[in-house]
Design a protein around this ligand. Structure first.
Ligand code: ADP
Ligand code: GN1
Ligand code: MG
Length: 357
């Protein structure tokens, strides 16, 4: 079925002018549809290898977006366009699942932070996102990817992929295997620390938030596929690993990779403020650990995918997943060097937020 025909399955009277692949997401197939009449639409072919239950996935998104719209009608949020038969997605004759959102005009997702202050605003927005969902009935959410941030389980999946070595790539990655094995114990949160389960985004990388092209203020948190019960320290951590890195995620020149403490601090301040006093003492204390675990986990997932033949994350060149893995491991190693500073910053920002109340 042509993309035009798919577009006309959705409830709009507008005329399609063009449809082009759009954005840098690693999971779904995203198209920007331009129309004669309006700002356009985002049409996405959902990755059903990863999100196997489309009904549950879209039910979550419809419920979460309705909740967010009620919580703050003045804030932009994804708008799901229904199909002509009133469904939240369309199934094409080949079984492909499609959904459509209003295109948020005048805003863009960025893969790297260009201005330090922007990252503070992003921290605030992700914190507020969590705060707005703090009363959301978590029990009504489906787990779209079970054990999404269960890092010890992901470690086991990595060891299994290594053992199977279907692409015979293990010999090439001995240094990365050793790096991970040395850190196995650090992927688990200390058993005596109890963190509250909250409704979290779980994929807070910086290109999952749209910034106004002119003012660069965050306008809309997107990519709601993984909104599920989770840990706030992981929303913090995933944003840090993607936004406080001085290099892009797939940068092969590791001399460019480091943790910017300036970015780390400004994000921390914004995030704590955005959470509006909800973070517990234990959550605050474990924020640095959230950043390190997310960095290790993400690098490990890239490595696992490389070993399995690049079937999970979209790649645009051979070896990209391995570059991404090395990049995340270099970032985690830099976090180890800067650990004391990372903890000091969090502790200072927590104290300052208490005094500000
Ligand atoms: P993936 O799950 O593959 O990461 P996303 O839902 O994050 O897919 O979308 C991929 C990209 O498309 C985003 O990073 C962003 O650039 C763009 N995008 C997604 N939704 C919208 C929207 N409603 N308005 C404008 N741009 C969007
Ligand atoms: C994927 O969908 P996207 O590109 O925003 C992935 C995240 C990873 C990220 C790494 C559902 O995010 O978990 O951290 O790539 N999303 C899913 O860049 O697996
Ligand atoms: Mg995305």
């Amino acid at each position: 079925m042509e993309i035009k025909e798919i577009f006309y399955q959705f409830l709009t009277e507008e005329t399609m002018v063009s449809a082009v692949p759009y954005g840098n997401g690693h999971i779904n197939h995203t198209f920007l549809v331009q129309t004669q009449e309006g700002p356009g639409y985002i049409l996405q072919k959902i990755n059903t290898d990863i999100f196997s239950n489309t009904d549950e996935l879209m039910e979550n998104i419809v419920n979460v977006t309705s909740w967010l719209k009620k919580a703050d009608p003045n804030r932009q949020c994804l708008t799901v366009i229904r199909t002509r038969s009133g469904r939240a997605y369309f199934t094409d004759p080949a079984g492909g699942k499609w959904r459509m959102y209003e295109y948020v005009k005048g805003a863009r997702a960025y893969d790297m932070i260009a201005h330090v202050e922007d990252f503070g605003q992003i921290g605030l927005a992700f914190g507020e996102f969590q705060a707005m969902l703090s009363d959301f009935p978590a029990k009504t959410l489906h787990e779209t990817i079970p054990d999404f941030h269960n890092t010890p389980k992901r470690y086991k999946a990595f060891e299994k992929a290594l053992e199977e070595d279907v692409k015979q790539r293990a010999a090439e990655v001995t240094a990365e295997i050793a790096f991970l094995r040395e850190r196995r114990g650090e992927m688990e949160l200390p058993a005596d620390r109890k963190l509250p389960l909250r409704v979290t985004h779980n994929d807070t990388k910086i290109n999952n938030i749209l910034l106004d092209e002119k003012t660069r203020k965050p306008v809309c948190v997107i990519d709601l596929d993984t909104v599920m019960p989770g840990l706030s320290i992981f929303d913090f951590g995933d944003a840090i690993r993607s936004g406080a890195n001085t290099a892009e995620e797939n940068e092969p020149d590791l001399s460019k990779v480091s943790l910017s403490l300036e970015l780390y601090e400004i994000f921390t301040r914004g995030f704590i403020k955005g959470c509006g006093g909800r973070l517990t003492r234990e959550e605050l204390e474990l924020l640095p650990m959230g950043a390190k675990i997310m960095t290790l986990e993400c690098g490990m997932r890239f490595l696992t995918d490389y070993l399995q033949g690049d079937t999970y994350f979209h790649t645009s060149r051979a070896g990209e997943n391995l570059d991404r893995c090395r990049n995340q491991f270099a970032l985690a190693a830099d976090m180890e060097k800067k650990w004391q500073e990372m903890c000091g910053i969090v502790s200072r920002c927590s104290t300052d937020s208490q005094t500000a109340k």
